[in-house]
Design a protein around this ligand. Structure first.
Ligand SMILES: [Zn+2]
Length: 1022
């Protein structure tokens, strides 16, 4: 181009004006009837409107709901291009805070009206009753303050469809021009075409008709020039809205976000036959099923048409660091059953764009849930290293692989616009160009919902026809996945097919293992309680009792727990009111689970008798605590043996030998228990048992943990173990989410204890209490050493009143190794303890479930916990992160009392020889004690299965069968045999969806060879 014609600037301005010029004014609305609204779920338009609001008025509130009504009589004979145009307030991009509304037309939920959806098609004749349910939104900062909005404009207009089309063509061409590189030959061609088209437009202002007709001619020129052609690079665009089930709003608000978003989808589908929409998370469909039956029927119809894709796999898009393996299974089980039951459809892909790291247990679980593809994008947020692949096989803990694809480019998770900028970025940022040229992206506002608007659908129609842009089609994700499998298997470009082995660790948001400690604890407790309750219910069902009601209660409880595992709830990244709700939800789940457990166990309540149930699948020697006054009395087993026991402050403790998966009766008899010497010798600043000698300094920190069995000192010379330390926690951003490496630069101890008291020293255990005061907080810690195990417990009560500090317990140990092992879902994994590379460095804090083990060959120490997840094992120090206290988005996060227990377990031999996992189980799931006799709880299984954990013993979802699930836990090939000791017709292996795989068997003996960490499920037909 020899001269500067300023065509780009000139045409950009013309397009911006055309945006308004495409509307022909029809009926202005100047005032509304108004009514307040209490915010009930699924509220319908009110019968009475008591107030008035004018266009131009302001309204404000925090979580305020308001109805507006206007009635409009349309003249006869209008064309079918009547639209409403409304501007009532400000919403941010993904409707995460701020104004949103749902428009009802003649009493029907019609479409969302918000800042991103200001226009809606309307019926072209008759009397229209327009009713808007406005929501002020919340604020992004606590404490809450009201938000102000303005009723800026409201009108009905006719859309000039020629001008509209030209507006979208010009916008698309101009953006493509700005995105293409300067040396692209397509760049001047595109601009020339736009200029030539604009030359045809009659802007004389003489006649609307002439203007409209000339716009049509301009469009015809563009469309003739840009006939659709096959392209080598293609992008599938799917309509989608990411709706966080809670985040900067509560779950109750999510119900309404879904209603608004889904009604918009339906309205636009009427106008855009090519529009396809993906929505995940059955939980949100369930909200609509309950609150908006009309919308739900619409969804069912759209699903049947093949235009609405219920996909994703899980009940909610859950966090993948913290939930247990069995929780993952239930996410898929209930998710799949919902989609199949309601729509007759099933997802073949897992969709988790926004989750903070992905467990290595997932590939095996996916395969056993009939899901063959995993789609995400979040790993692009890594703060140190970028994964070098976007399309690859992801190999999990047990060796199972799943095809995985990362959505790349702008708007990958939410906020995609289908504009040239986004579409170009998808291909530009993709790593595996040698392997695959068909990519996927989404369009639609998201996070807080909203979904696609008309601008996006119009852009998606045009962008693929523009030279230099990838081809674009609106498509379904399941079809994209099928195509991707074909491409990778056939590999027509002879590209490299990468494999990533192990966890997909997110190098970001490491504070989410710790934030909102209450939810972490409630989740852990519920996972174990549900396992016990299900096992009890299954035992009753096996004996012919009708357990349908308790089974339903357990399903309901599970769904509450699964919902709380959503990727902004359990990680701790939501506002405070979400966690106030969590307390009530968890209380409800616990009550349901306890009712089911009681119904199954039917404890008689008889005094003087206890039933103690070991629902672990191994024999154990457990310390059982009993409440009550046992003075002058003793405990005796049914066979007459008197177990080791002692009186405590509130009752008694006894060390009981417990058979695997069975119960024993414990009788209270007159006469004191035989005298037994105390297990610990008290030293001036320490104590000594038969196994260990512990010494502490004036701050209560351990200067010595001497293991007498191995003649070995565990604390390095001059160091202190169980050093409770407060570190500065002021990250760059994302307060609740982050824990940055730099937190270790500054740390403060909690000082000397105000009191040290020996609380107990008897035949079974010695308990020493340390009381601390620091800052505005108090901490009481009971250190317990036992006669029967080398485990040392630190049971902790804290009134935590600090801000922007993170509390850790540090244990320097004299062990040399460059690996540590961490308990995760359905197994355990090693991570380096070195920082040789940026990949190793990035894992300075990582997830462990019940335990982490640090060992040399033949000797090690495990750090166990009953509700914590953040571990840091580096440079010979084992640390557990105990509490955080971030200010955003919850300015009271974690303030108040907490109780938790962690423990150090020094051991000889390897972790599996030392039964580290079993010891951690003891801390998390002690035997259950019932008052009186119970219905039989055990006796279903015979045989010893070392190296295997029974994860679930439950009634099958469809009834009439018992499900047993177990996994190999030592990471090696193993042979297991056991016997089923109850009446059944047959058994067969099944997958995690409880579908039969293989032939039925009838023998009582079950025998399997398991691969390392293999997960197996057996279905017994009753
Ligand atoms: Zn999200």
């Amino acid at each position: 181009m020899p001269f500067r014609f300023y065509n780009y600037e000139r045409l950009s301005r013309a397009a911006a004006r055309l945006r308004e010029e495409r509307w022909e004014p029809l009926v202005p609305i100047r005032s509304f009837d108004a009514a307040e609204d209490g915010g009930a779920l699924g509220a319908q338009p009110p019968a009475r409107y008591t107030g008035q609001m004018q266009v131009g008025d302001y309204w404000q509130g925090y979580d305020r709901w308001l109805w507006l009504r206007a009635e409009v009589e349309l003249p006869a004979g209008l064309p079918d291009r009547v639209w409403g145009r409304f501007c009532f307030g400000t919403t941010n991009g993904g409707a995460t805070q701020g104004f949103e509304s749902l428009l009802y037309v003649n009493g029907e939920p019609w479409q969302a009206v918000d800042q991103n959806h200001q226009e809606t098609p309307l019926p072209r004749e008759g009397k229209l009753c327009l009713e808007f349910r406005l929501w002020s939104g919340l604020t992004d900062q606590e404490p809450p303050h009201p938000v102000e909005h303005k009723i800026t404009s409201a009108a009905l207009a006719l859309l000039d469809e020629n001008a509209d089309s030209l507006y979208y063509w010009l916008s698309c061409l101009l953006e493509a021009h700005s995105v293409l590189p300067d040396d692209s030959p397509d760049k001047p061609r595109i601009l020339n075409l736009a200029a030539k088209a604009w030359d045809l437009v009659d802007t004389s202002g003489v006649s609307r008709e002439a203007f409209s007709r000339s716009c049509g001619e301009a469009v015809a020129l563009i469309e003739k020039t840009l006939a659709p052609v096959e392209k080598e690079v293609n992008v599938t665009v799917v309509g989608h809205t990411h709706i966080d089930n809670a985040w900067l709003w509560r779950i109750c608000h999510t119900h309404e976000k879904c209603a608004r978003s889904f009604s918009t989808v339906n309205r636009l589908m009427e106008r855009y036959p090519e529009y396809l929409f993906l929505h995940t998370q059955p939980q949100q469909y369930e909200y609509i099923r309950q609150d908006y039956p009309q919308l739900y029927q619409m969804i069912q119809r759209r699903v049947q048409e093949g235009r609405w894709e219920p996909g994703g796999g899980m009940w909610v898009e859950c966090d993948c660091n913290l939930p247990s393996g069995e929780s993952f299974v239930r996410q898929f089980l209930y998710g799949t059953r919902f989609f199949e039951g309601e729509f007759g459809k099933k997802s073949t892909f897992l969709w988790l764009p926004d989750v903070f790291g992905y467990s290595a247990a997932l590939p095996q679980i996916l395969k056993q849930c009939e899901i063959d593809t995993f789609i995400t994008t979040k790993l692009g947020w890594n703060d140190q290293n970028q994964l070098p692949y976007d399309t690859f096989y992801w190999r999990g803990l047990d060796g199972t692989s799943v095809l995985t694809h990362f959505i790349k480019g702008d708007g990958a998770c939410s906020g995609g616009t289908a504009t040239p900028r986004q579409i170009a970025s998808v291909w530009e940022s993709y790593y595996n160009k040698d392997l695959n040229t068909s990519l996927l992206t989404c369009m639609g506002y998201g996070d807080g919902g909203g979904g696609p608007n008309r601008d996006m659908l119009e852009s998606a129609r045009r962008v693929g026809r523009v030279p230099g842009m990838p081809g674009v089609k609106v498509g379904r994700v399941d079809q994209f996945c099928q195509q991707l499998h074909k491409t990778v298997e056939e590999n027509p470009r002879d590209g490299y097919v990468p494999v990533w082995d192990g966890e997909l660790y997110l190098e970001f948001h490491r504070g989410t293992y710790t934030s909102q400690a209450y939810n972490k604890k409630a989740n852990r407790r519920m996972e174990f309680l549900l396992r016990s309750a299900e096992a009890a219910v299954a035992a009753a069902a096996c004996r012919g009792r009708d357990m349908e009601q308790p089974r339903r209660q357990l399903e309901e409880a599970w769904k509450i727990v699964l919902c709380q595992q959503f990727h902004d709830i359990i990680p701790g990244s939501s506002i405070g009111s979400v966690y106030e709700d969590s307390h009530a939800f968890y209380a409800q789940a616990e009550s349901l689970a306890r009712q089911a457990l009681e119904a199954a166990a039917q404890p008689s309540g008889e005094q003087g008798l206890f039933t103690v149930w070991n629902n672990a699948n191994w024999q154990r020697s457990s310390l059982v605590e009993l409440e009550g006054d046992f003075t002058g009395r003793h405990l005796r087993l049914e066979d007459g043996t008197v177990p080791p026991q002692a009186l405590t402050q509130g009752g008694a403790v006894a060390l009981l030998p417990l058979p695997a998966l069975d119960s024993v009766k414990l009788l209270v008899k007159d006469g004191p228990a035989p005298e037994a010497p105390a297990c610990a010798t008290l030293l001036e600043h320490g104590l000594e048992t038969a196994l260990l000698r512990l010494e502490w300094d004036e701050n209560g920190q351990l200067t010595s943990i001497y293991d007498k069995r191995e003649d070995r000192e565990l604390v390095p010379q001059g160091r202190k173990a169980n050093a409770i330390t407060l570190y500065e926690d002021r990250p760059r951003n994302y307060d609740a989410w982050e824990l940055e490496y730099s937190h270790r630069r500054k740390g403060w101890g909690i000082g000397a204890p105000t009191a040290v008291t020996v609380v107990e020293n008897n035949a079974l255990r010695a308990v020493v209490e340390f009381r601390y005061q620091f800052g505005k907080s108090q901490l009481v810690q009971r250190m317990t050493a036992y006669a029967h195990t080398a485990r040392v417990d630190f049971s902790t009560w804290v009134d935590w009143q600090e801000r922007e500090l993170v509390m850790k317990a540090d244990f320097p140990v004299d062990i040399h190794s460059n690996r540590a092992r961490f308990d995760i879902q359905f197994g355990s994994m090693e991570r380096p303890t070195t920082k040789n590379t940026s990949w190793e460095f990035a894992k300075f804090e990582s997830v462990g479930h019940k335990w982490a083990d640090y060992a040399e060959p033949g000797y090690g120490a495990a750090l166990l916990n009953d509700c914590k997840y953040g571990y840091d094992i580096h440079d010979g120090v084992m640390s557990l992160t105990l509490l955080k206290a971030s200010n955003r988005p919850d300015d009271h996060a974690d303030q108040g009392t907490h109780t938790f227990t962690y423990a150090l377990f020094p051991h000889s031999g390897e972790w599996y020889q030392a039964a580290v996992d079993q010891e951690a189980w003891e801390l998390n799931d002690p035997p259950l004690v019932f008052q009186g006799e119970t219905a039989p709880l055990g006796g279903l299984w015979q045989g010893d299965v070392p190296g295997v954990t029974f994860d679930a013993m439950k009634v099958a979802e469809d009834g009439g069968a018992l499900i047993l699930r177990f996994h190999e836990k030592e990471g090696r090939h193993a042979r297991v045999s056991f016997q089923a000791d109850f009446q059944f017709q047959s058994w067969c292996p099944c997958n995690l969806l409880e579908r039969q795989e293989g032939q039925p068997h009838t023998q009582r003996e079950l025998s399997f060879t398991l691969r390392p960490f293999e997960l197996k499920t057996i279905k017994f037909k009753l």
